[in-house]
Design a protein around this ligand. Structure first.
Ligand code: AMP
Length: 215
């Protein structure tokens, strides 16, 4: 299966992507994680991406599309993948269509995680992420770890992402509305869009998503 996950920052894309990818036995490809890995390894690509990420802006397409393509061409992605955070604008969606067409493949579904804006801001402001594994996500109020600052699942250090500050979150939401939301209509027109409410328990949302994908 080839699936794209969309939704505003804080919708739970990373968390859901990890469960869905496991259930469907396909790799979880997150462009945000790829950028963060490049930044922590000090690569040229990471250096070029960092200022955009810190400001909550999109990293330019000429950097992002090549990086996503390289990852999708890895052998583990030959039988399918779940894209989390890519595409994030219509030109990336068009580039993805071209890439897939060239290899005789197509998308099976685009899963849109729907959540209200107030909820998103609350979720992001308290979000803490594990340094070892970005899908290990906690919240200081809604999903507090047993020991403050320590991941329940692997013992890793929990931290607040630099771009989860309130000012940056507002810009990320603005960027989502103006640049990313148009891909929802783009995929709706292709008959690929599946929208599910992303509120409630993580496991309930995963079940909703699996049910919707099986249809
Ligand atoms: P995420 O982890 O998906 O929230 O992404 C964190 C940040 O990485 C975003 O705010 C952007 O700055 C950058 N980023 C991730 N994916 C993309 C993309 N497809 N296009 C441009 N920038 C991206």
């Amino acid at each position: 299966m080839r699936i794209v996950l969309v939704g505003p920052p804080g919708a739970g894309k990373g968390t859901q992507a990890a469960f869905l990818a496991k259930n469907l036995s396909i790799p979880h490809i997150s462009t945000g994680d790829l950028f963060r890995a490049n930044i922590s390894q000090g690569t040229e690509l990471g250096l070029r991406a960092k200022a955009f990420m810190d400001a909550g802006d999109l990293v330019p397409d000429e950097i992002t599309i090549g990086m996503a393509k390289d990852r999708m061409e890895q052998p583990d992605a030959a039988g399918g993948f779940l894209l989390d955070g890519f595409p994030r604008n219509v030109s990336q969606a068009e580039a993805l269509d071209v890439m897939l067409e060239e290899s005789g493949m197509k998308l099976d579904a685009v899963l849109d995680l729907e959540v209200e804006e107030d909820e998103v801001v609350k979720r992001i402001a308290g979000r803490r992420v594990c340094r070892n594994e970005s899908a290990h996500v906690f919240h200081v109020v809604y999903a507090a770890p047993k020991t403050e600052g320590v991941c329940d699942q692997c013992g890793g250090e929990l931290y607040q992402r630099g771009d989860d500050s309130e000012a940056t979150v507002r810009n990320r939401l603005e960027v989502y509305h103006t640049q990313t939301e148009p891909i929802i209509d783009y995929y709706k027109a292709q008959g690929l869009l599946v929208t599910i409410p992303a509120l409630g328990e993580v496991a309930d949302v995963t079940k909703r998503a699996m049910d919707a994908l099986q249809k």
